[in-house]
Design a protein around this ligand. Structure first.
Ligand code: GLC
Ligand code: GLC
Length: 649
């Protein structure tokens, strides 16, 4: 097939029959020129996946009409943002970029209440705020909102669409972008499509994967991973009303969408454009690894999943180029990087860094971190990592077994150790995590817990041991400090900025108690905010004093980061420090700026050979965090327990 020629012909035929008269002259010209630029990609991906279906081209034409409608609906202000971001396509690489992820109800509790929190975000230097799913979803358990019943309706307990738009405007006015979830692997069983399917509508039944009996599900299930084995075994749920088995990768009320049906692609594109037109700078592609199912595979990270995401991206380039995709692929590191491309996802969570930071805290060793990042940290220059330490989910130990073997670590035993360590079952562990999704068949397990509790603050506060308290806070600042400097956008998980402890109250709530991830979904109240925003008054107690220390520590580092371009658009090289308790990296940018990041993951002082100063040409350097100086010719560099240094030349 000659894609280029076919695409050109296809586009000219589509344009000959699609009515553009409802677009202004200017929009119409923009639309056509963007189609010329991006239709070839869209065409190639779409026809690759759907070309064997007789109505492929009918749906492709319908898709172009949807794109036209999307552009028509886009507000002038957002079109200005499109133009601005197209002029500055690397905007997400700036050193000022800092994200915050939060649940509206845990910080609001409503969208309107968030307006009053803007000074707090600004104090921290937040430039983007990811509001976790705020769409209409089932009462009771809705997987924290990740079971969406209506993408176009805000959950009434949080407010309405007008409130969301008003908040987006208010944030924008203060230089803060909005990031929303695009939950497109599944809908809730209360979505209009699911309801119609339940009522027997064949068109909508084809929106999902439904099976009359277990024959096909059994064949698929041989190769599938169970995501939530603690609530339901397998990946399918029997539905009594339809008398069919439904594909439900996550919870039984989250029905996987059937992307082998081009109508589903189109319908979801329309929802995606609606979200883009609310006024957001990014869409977080939830559970994107799962959208394509191929029998005989684990149905994660399939080539067609990539093609479809690239097709979605092309649609956005045509209608709303200010909006970027953020990949949420919590999978093997070799698979994570495959989603990262200017034409696929410009941003991606970095689950490898996250997991291995925790690994280094537990083991006090940095070999696995160093070796893994040497292999997997480099991504295309026009994309960027979103580096995080904690999030609303569990921690899965998604490192590469091959790399573990190379350094003599048995990956199976090591994951077992990490689970034991962070759930506090390992003797001498400082951590108070909770086991998550233990799989009775294979012993798999993941870990939940807040930053502070996992870093040892919970235990230290119980024992009122001031040294242990300080050490726990140093651990928190170390992990975050690395995410602030290694390269990429740091994403703070709200409640971490205050070092809040695990919240066990979910165990009393029948809609939550089976899902231990709630232990790390913690409310940030006005009192918390007041405590750190108004430090003239003495803190009310020990907890409040700790919260201030964490907040001030993070804020200080972020303030420094913003002042130096080398933290932004710069390259990263991961170093061998020669001391396996220490981790190091160097950053350098095209203006000749260099920064050597060095840190110590152990509770004992450590030394690194002065040879490492090669990386900064043995020039005099200053630690931006402690203000110490180096001549550049030291024999050794000393690091205090858990110290992080940012040596700038
Ligand atoms: C993502 C979300 C998680 C959710 C799942 C299913 O992994 O982060 O919270 O359970 O997708 O939507
Ligand atoms: C999945 C991830 C898994 C995570 C889950 C939600 O996408 O692979 O690690 O725990 O979503 O919790």
């Amino acid at each position: 097939m000659n894609y280029a020629a076919d695409s050109e012909q296809c586009l000219s035929r589509i344009l000959a029959s699609v009515d553009l008269s409802m677009l202004s002259k200017r929009d119409s010209a923009t639309f056509v020129s963007r189609l010329e630029a991006h239709f070839p990609t869209l065409f190639q991906r779409y026809t690759f996946v759907y070309g064997h279906q007789y109505d492929c081209y009918y749906h492709l034409q319908k898709l172009v009409e949807l794109l036209r409608d999307g552009l028509k609906a886009r507000k002038p202000k957002l079109k200005q943002q499109d133009a601005a971001k197209l002029k500055d396509p690397r905007w997400y690489k700036g050193q000022e970029q800092t994200g915050l992820a939060c649940y509206v109800d845990l910080m609001g509790p409503t969208l309107k209440d968030l307006h009053h929190k803007i000074p707090y975000y600004k104090a921290l230097g937040i430039t983007y705020i990811h509001l976790m799913p705020l769409y209409d979803s089932p009462e009771g358990d809705s997987d924290g909102g990740y079971a969406v019943s209506d993408y176009r309706k805000v959950n009434p307990s949080l407010g309405n669409m007008k409130d969301l738009e008003a908040l987006s405007d208010a944030l924008q006015a203060e230089g803060i972008d909005l990031v929303l979830d695009f939950v497109f692997n599944h809908t809730s069983d209360e979505h209009a499509w699911a309801k119609a399917a339940l009522a027997g509508d064949k068109t909508c039944q084809n929106y999902y994967y439904l099976f009359d009996d277990r024959t096909i599900p059994d064949q698929y299930e041989r190769d599938l991973r169970e995501i939530f084995p603690q609530v339901r075994r397998g990946s399918f749920t029997y539905n009594d009303t339809m008398e069919k088995w439904v594909w439900t990768t996550f919870n039984s009320f989250q029905w996987d969408l059937n992307y082998s049906n081009p109508e589903v692609f189109n319908a979801i594109t329309s929802e995606m454009l609606f979200l883009a037109n609310i006024g957001c700078a990014g869409l977080r592609l939830d559970a994107l690894a799962f959208i394509w199912k191929d029998m005989g595979t684990n149905c994660e990270n399939q080539p067609n999943a990539h093609r479809l995401i690239q097709a979605f991206n092309a649609c956005l380039q045509i209608v709303a180029p200010a909006v970027v995709f953020k990949s949420e692929a919590i999978v093997h590191p070799d698979e994570v990087v495959k989603y990262i491309d200017k034409k696929e996802c410009q941003l991606s969570y970095n689950p490898l860094l996250m997991a291995l930071l925790w690994n280094s805290l537990a083991t006090r060793k940095t070999r696995l971190l160093t070796q893994s990042l040497k292999k997997s940290f480099v991504i295309p220059d026009d994309t960027t990592w979103v580096n995080y330490v904690r999030c609303h989910d569990d921690i899965g130990w998604t490192f590469d077994d091959g790399v573990a073997h190379e350094i003599g670590v048995n990956p199976y035993d090591h994951r077992y150790f990490l689970n034991q360590y962070f759930t506090g079952r390992f003797d001498g562990s400082f951590s108070s995590g909770v086991p998550f999704a233990e799989n009775p068949s294979n012993g798999d397990c993941r870990v939940c817990g807040s930053l502070a509790s996992l870093c040892g603050l919970e235990k230290a506060l119980v024992s009122m041991d001031q040294n242990a308290i300080d050490t726990a806070i140093e651990r928190m600042l170390l992990l975050y400090g690395i995410t602030f400097s290694i390269g990429g956008i740091p994403l703070i998980y709200s409640s971490d900025e205050l070092g809040l402890l695990n919240d066990y109250s979910y165990r009393d709530n029948p809609a939550k108690r089976h899902d231990d991830r709630w232990v790390n979904r913690i409310a940030v109240t006005d009192a918390h905010i007041e405590n750190v925003m108004n430090q003239d008054k003495a803190p009310a107690g020990l907890n409040e004093a700790c919260q201030r220390k964490v907040f001030n520590g993070l804020k200080t580092m972020l303030d420094i980061r913003r002042q130096h371009a080398v933290f932004g658009d710069a390259r990263t090289e991961i170093l061998d420090t020669g001391n396996h308790h220490c981790f190091g990296f160097v950053r350098y940018n095209q203006h000749g700026q260099k920064m050597l990041g060095l840190c110590n993951f152990s509770e004992h002082a450590q030394q690194v050979s002065g040879n490492i100063l090669n990386t900064i040409e043995h020039k005099p350097a200053r630690d931006l965090l402690s203000d110490s100086k180096l001549t550049g010719h030291e024999q050794v560099i000393s690091l205090r327990p858990y110290q992080l240094s940012w040596w700038l030349i």
